[in-house]
Design a protein around this ligand. Sequence first.
Ligand SMILES: *[C@@H]1O[C@H](CO)[C@@H](O)[C@H](O)[C@H]1NC(C)=O
Ligand SMILES: *[C@@H]1O[C@H](CO)[C@@H](O)[C@H](O)[C@H]1NC(C)=O
Ligand SMILES: *[C@@H]1O[C@H](CO)[C@@H](O)[C@H](O)[C@H]1NC(C)=O
Ligand SMILES: *[C@@H]1O[C@H](CO)[C@@H](O)[C@H](O)[C@H]1NC(C)=O
Ligand SMILES: *[C@@H]1O[C@H](CO)[C@@H](O)[C@H](O)[C@H]1NC(C)=O
Length: 333
Amino acid sequence: MREMAIKLVLFCLCFWRLDDVFGQETKLMKPGDSVTLNSGLTEMKDDDQIQWMFRSGKENALIAEINVRADSMTVYEDVLDGRFRNRLKLNNQTGSLTITNSRNEHTGLYELLTKSVMKRFFLSIIDEISMKEGDSVTLNSDLTEMKDDNVIQWRFGNENTLIAEINKQTDSMTVYDDVLDGRFRNRLKLNNQTGSLTITNTTTEHAGAYELDINNEKKRFLLAVYDEISVKEGDSLTINSGRTEITTGEMFFWLYMNEITFIAGINPWVNNITVYDDVLDGRFRDRLKLDYQTGSLTITNITTQHAGRYVFLTERGPIIRLLEALSVSVYGE
Ligand SMILES: *[C@@H]1O[C@H](CO)[C@@H](O)[C@H](O)[C@H]1NC(C)=O
Ligand SMILES: *[C@@H]1O[C@H](CO)[C@@H](O)[C@H](O)[C@H]1NC(C)=O
Ligand SMILES: *[C@@H]1O[C@H](CO)[C@@H](O)[C@H](O)[C@H]1NC(C)=O
Ligand SMILES: *[C@@H]1O[C@H](CO)[C@@H](O)[C@H](O)[C@H]1NC(C)=O
Ligand SMILES: *[C@@H]1O[C@H](CO)[C@@H](O)[C@H](O)[C@H]1NC(C)=O
């Protein structure tokens, strides 16, 4: 069963890095969530010095530090315009760092440095909102104001078509709403203070990937339309990937959006296919099968615990595409 629409979703995979799922530890979370980045240390030695760095695009800052010999522990909350203020907790026994009440701007790479250990975590905040066809949606730039040299561009779709632009240098603001057969005509509103973009009266034609480029720093948003399907408890469900083959040069991910969790990934470069069936207390254990040829996902012996929203994403360089979005409901025998 394929239903007309009608749930659109927005999320931000700002500065998403691909190798992370297969190498470093990637944490996906919702805005407002807390996360602890485990140092892996059980105790500190007398000569330990622990530093936590944050990196995102061109930004780079020391955010926390422990120096055991000097018996000091410091959290640098004022860096980067105070974006970590009242949000960092450093464990004085292990050096683990907790980030509370996260927001989009905490997306990035966190690096733990000690004399002997270097550990990296990639945090991605996924902000999912639900909406209906006809609703308006605002894609937030997260800027409070624009600087004089700001050039802000919004692009849409597989061809990365320019749809709106603000150039502070020339003091111009332009909406290109005739592109793509006019699907955005009279629907785009650009905020002249923040550069945020509002799309009014949305239709399924506006689903896809949006890219915000601020002085060459990129952020991404996806608007997804979920197809809907109803499955009987105990049955198997195969979710098509939307691809006939998995090509190299791209990474592929299945996410369970209800709890924002990776459940499977394919890295064709190293022939790696991974099913994360230990997540969510083993809810998917021994129930997931991934087809290496197509990337299609099969969930066997489905229960009501598996109801929810599934998406299949691919990333090639900076381009993210949504290949499949399916909302699954499960009914009893
Ligand atoms: C794929 O990568 C994961 C995570 O790095 C690793 O645990 C797994 O052993 C790899 N699988 C194969 C088949 O190489
Ligand atoms: C470590 O932190 C705990 C809890 O915040 C506190 O009770 C304890 O005194 C601290 N220990 C040291 C050595 O600072
Ligand atoms: C910004 O937009 C507001 C509301 O649309 C308008 O009143 C204001 O004049 C604009 N400011 C500039 C500098 O264009
Ligand atoms: C919204 O778009 C539909 C067609 O896509 C159009 O028929 C309708 O008039 C629009 N509504 C508003 C309030 O602009
Ligand atoms: C299906 O799942 C249920 C509940 O988790 C379990 O009791 C049952 O044994 C499973 N059936 C098969 C064929 O694996």
